[in-house]
Design a protein around this ligand. Structure first.
Ligand code: NAP
Length: 546
């Protein structure tokens, strides 16, 4: 890194932390508004999630044509996605393309881990420092740090003593990793592992999967995109985008399905016979993808409906996995389906029929410790050449709490959030003026198409800044009353669903000691957008300008 590149007491209109999709979108829009902006990015390139998560089989489980920026009609028409679910290298290529196409890179400093962000009340600016030695000030600070960006290393005894090759799924090397002739072990069976396991099994000599909690997984039904389908989609891109933005739930879905049609998706499970529900599940199973959870209208709010959908997946697992004990071990029973993020796979359950793949249920055979040569289970040592940790993230708050962020009166964000995150609309935090979070806790974020949610937040922030500039305001903040009311609303909505019934990362339950609070907003992207729009219309209700 050239010393000349270091910012020393630099001044900008805005500082953005992170050059993933949220940071890129913010920078592009701020440029259009004439704001001088600096992004500090920890990685050596843009892409965020798609820069770090390079494990074998990594791909998005949102459909490519929907999981892309809508702000440039030319970009969306010209960019060609190869598959229904884009593989990680292609999404990374897209992020790099966006950064070049809109000439964003000149305002991004790479290899910069932001260490501190302190608000100077007297001057009304945020001072940001990085581990590389930069220091810069700006009145506006945008945290585009991502929801799943702080990897979690499990506190398993001896985890650092393994002498073979050890990889973290979310910090995968940039160089190719080969498994030929190797005994590989993987800890974790979340979305990352479910994607990685079939691919690793295809070349490893032996693969041991250490599973604590089985997850529900549905087939992706991935494949090359049909050019005719793409042309038709692109002809109608505006309508599709609009449909995603106003969606009642996550911001995906088919334009063709009319909300008023009496398909099972618009009915409750109680209205359907077992045969009718099974037929609907089968149809969604064959169609593929996470939209499976939309098979009946009340799958995520009614215990019985959920149980009937879960049993359909159990039957699929038992029909696929030949060894009865392995099949039983793979059947999730400890949480309602969908309350931990449903996985989307390509041949996951089938992989366990291969003779060189073994599932270890660590509830029956607990991991005692990791040794130099492998994993010591109770009563058995599993020798390994390579150990992979696919153990997830300190989600939603991890990356923010990692930075020493201090607002008015020196209050530290981490302290403020000791009992769980508190925000107004997932966008602002009382006591932290001019600081916006993109897809922060309390917003639809991880329950939604991230691109839809990112663009909505960036649009909202830009409108707010335009309002300030028109009125001559320099500062915006939110108050505790509105923050408290929003936190209560987020909780109320979550508790009307089955989500809180799972010990999920949505609840902070995967991190020892983390408060158990349901972090995202489960009210759906469309209703959330309407709420934000009504806030703006109502003279920016809950925002205080000065
Ligand atoms: P995850 O869903 O949190 O899964 C982590 C896995 O590690 C779980 O099976 C967990 O078991 C296990 N684990 C953690 N600590 C352990 C320990 N001490 N001993 C044994 N097992 C342990 O993490 P992830 O798979 O990285 O996925 C996180 C999220 O990223 C997903 O839910 C999804 O939102 C996103 N993602 C998306 C895609 C995609 O678009 N296709 C791909 C990957 C990830 P327990 O369940 O028992 O805690």
């Amino acid at each position: 890194m050239s010393e000349d590149n270091i910012d020393r007491n630099a001044r900008f209109d805005a500082i953005v932390v992170g050059a993933g999709f949220a940071g890129l979108c913010t920078l592009h829009r701020f440029r259009q508004m004439g704001l001088s902006t600096r992004i500090y990015e920890m990685g050596t390139d843009v892409g965020g999630t798609w820069y770090w998560n390079r494990y074998p089989g990594a791909r998005c489980d949102a459909e490519s044509l929907a999981y892309s920026f809508s702000f440039s009609p030319e970009l969306e028409q010209e960019w060609e996605w190869s598959e229904r679910y884009a593989p990680q290298p292609e999404i990374l290529k897209y992020a790099i393309h966006v950064s070049e196409r809109f000439d964003l890179r000149r305002d991004i400093r790479f290899n910069r881990k932001v260490k501190t962000a302190h608000f100077n009340q007297g001057m009304g600016v945020w001072r940001v420092t990085t581990a590389a030695g930069d220091s810069a000030v700006a009145p506006l600070l945008i945290m585009a740090t991502g929801c799943l960006s702080k990897p979690m290393v499990p506190a398993i005894q001896g985890v650092d003593s393994f002498a073979g090759k050890r990889y973290q799924a979310s910090l995968w090397p940039h160089e190719p990793v080969a498994f030929h002739g190797e005994r590989v072990g993987i800890i974790g069976t979340g979305s990352s592992a479910v994607q990685a396991i079939p691919v690793i099994a295809s070349t490893a000599e032996h693969l041991t999967v250490f599973q604590r909690t089985p997850n529900f997984s549905v087939p992706a039904v991935n494949g090359p995109l049909d050019p005719g389908f793409v042309d038709a989609f692109k002809e109608n891109y505006r309508d599709h985008r609009d449909f995603h933005k106003r969606g009642l739930t996550s911001g995906f879905g088919d334009l063709e399905i009319k909300p008023r049609e009496r398909t099972p998706a618009a009915m409750t499970a109680a209205e359907l016979s077992d045969e009718a529900l099974a037929a609907a599940c089968e149809q969604y199973w064959q169609t593929g993808g996470a939209r499976f959870m939309g098979v009946v209208g009340d799958a995520l709010i009614n215990k019985d409906a959920n149980q009937r959908v879960a049993e359909f997946i159990h039957r699929k697992i038992r029909a696929t996995v030949k060894d009865p004990q392995t099949a039983e071990d793979l059947c999730p029973t400890s949480h309602p389906v969908g309350t931990k993020r449903i996985c989307v796979d390509i041949g996951y359950y089938e992989t366990f029929n291969q003779l060189h793949v073994r599932l270890v249920n660590i509830n029956r055979s607990p991991i005692e410790r990791i040794t130099a040569k492998g994993v010591q289970l109770r009563g058995e040592h599993v020798e390994l050449d390579t150990l992979i940790l696919a153990t997830g993230f300190d989600a939603m708050t991890g990356a923010l709490n990692d930075i020493d962020i201090r607002g008015t009166n020196g209050q530290q964000l981490k302290e403020k959030w000791a009992e769980g995150p508190r925000t107004y609309l997932g966008l602002m935090i009382a006591g932290f003026p001019n600081l916006f979070t993109i897809t922060g806790p309390g917003s639809p974020s991880v329950l939604s198409n991230m691109l839809v949610s990112i663009e909505q937040h960036v649009d909202f922030i830009c409108s707010c800044l335009q309002h300030m500039s028109r009125k001559g305001f320099k500062q915006v903040q939110t108050g505790l009353d509105h923050e408290d009311a929003w936190v209560a609303h987020v909780n109320e909505v979550a508790h009307a669903t089955l989500f809180p019934k799972a010990g999920s990362w949505y609840m902070g339950a995967n991190i020892p000691g983390k408060p158990r609070v349901f972090m995202p907003y489960a009210g759906g992207v469309g209703p959330y957008r309407e709420l934000c729009d009504s806030v703006a219309k109502d003279n920016w209700r809950g925002f205080v300008f000065s």
